[in-house]
Design a protein around this ligand. Structure first.
Ligand SMILES: C[S@@+](CC[C@H](N)C(=O)[O-])C[C@H]1O[C@@H](n2cnc3c(N)ncnc32)[C@H](O)[C@@H]1O
Length: 296
């Protein structure tokens, strides 16, 4: 789970804003692994929606390739092309595919979007998670993606949902409601990130309308819950600790001093009130997927 729509805050990097996807690689991979149940359910839904044999799948903005490999496993007849603009993440994808014996069906393609859309080829299923919101013209990007969908094929965009929650409202650290305030400042940072993108266009995030305007049919949204209740195992705790660290770093200048102190305590591995040691920490969020088909 990454990106401001329920995930990693923005630090720095290749989309000319302030993100460093390469550095975020291991964190992106762990987050996507934690979201495995969400991705599996979404993929099952995609399988129901496709009106044709799925031979070629594009995972656009594939990051470390967790979903690319999952799709290859769930669609055994298909080749999957992981498309991304960060070479180190594509390398991570190739390593992951090799570990799973999927090298012959999961390949990678470097693409700087939106410029390289036309070069990635057509597909029966196009999955793009938390990536279109990193492109200045979201509506234009959805149009480009829709053009690549073969007749009977599906375009699925994982965008939006519910913010990550991980603590009770009163967490016994500073003022109650810390996570809600962190979400507000992260949203402000997200808006600033979007405004700074090349060719940024202010768009209403009506993803179903964008899919329909792009010439696809039956635009529908479904939301999938990620619910890891307390007590959490160590891997999700580690991921959460890193996630809060990234979010705090991205929003430090927007947070009140007492909230920064509380967040510092939360990410301190030795603090009994911190994420790594407290008993009440959980992961609760939801990912919305918007999909539509090409009937023509
Ligand atoms: C938030 S991550 C999402 C990764 C993965 N889809 C997931 O849901 O975990 C966004 C991904 O989009 C890629 N990306 C962002 N801007 C891009 C651009 N302009 N061209 C190509 N890839 C881009 C990044 O390298 C990163 O892997």
């Amino acid at each position: 789970m990454t990106g401001h729509q329920g995930g990693t805050a923005h630090t720095q990097g290749h989309d000319h804003t302030d993100l460093d996807w390469n550095v975020l690689g291991p964190h992106l991979e762990q987050g996507a692994e934690l979201s495995g149940p969400v991705h599996r359910q979404a993929a099952e839904w995609m399988r129901e929606r496709t009106g044709r044999a799925v031979r070629r799948i594009l995972d656009v903005g594939s990051g470390p390739g967790v979903v690319s490999c999952l799709l290859a496993q769930l669609f055994p007849e298909a080749e999957v092309v992981a498309v991304d603009g960060t070479e180190e993440l594509l390398e991570r994808t190739r390593d992951r595919a090799a570990r799973r014996g999927l090298t012959d069906r999961v390949t990678t393609r470097y693409a700087e979007l939106p410029g390289d859309f036309a070069s990635v080829g057509e597909a029966d299923l196009i999955w793009s998670s938390k990536t279109v919101h990193h492109l200045g013209d979201q509506r234009g990007a959805v149009r480009e993606l829709a053009r690549l969908v073969r007749p009977g094929g599906v375009l699925a965009l994982a965008e939006g949902g519910l913010p990550l929650n991980c603590l009770p409202y009163n967490a016994g650290l500073g003022r109650p409601g810390l996570m809600a305030r962190l979400e507000v400042v992260n949203r402000e940072a997200f808006t600033a990130m979007r405004e700074a993108l090349p060719d940024s266009v202010e768009t209403v995030d009506d993803w179903r309308a964008m899919l329909t305007e792009a010439g696809l049919d039956g635009a529908t949204s479904r939301t999938f819950l990620l619910d890891l209740p307390a007590p959490l195992d160590t891997p999700p705790r580690r991921w959460l600790q890193a996630e809060l660290g990234h979010r705090c770093g991205a929003a430090a200048d927007r947070l009140a001093g007492d909230d920064l102190v509380a967040l510092d305590r939360l990410i301190d591995p030795d603090d009994p009130a911190g994420i790594m040691r407290r008993s009440d920490v959980f992961v609760l969020s939801a990912q919305t997927v918007h999909s539509a088909v090409r009937t023509g």
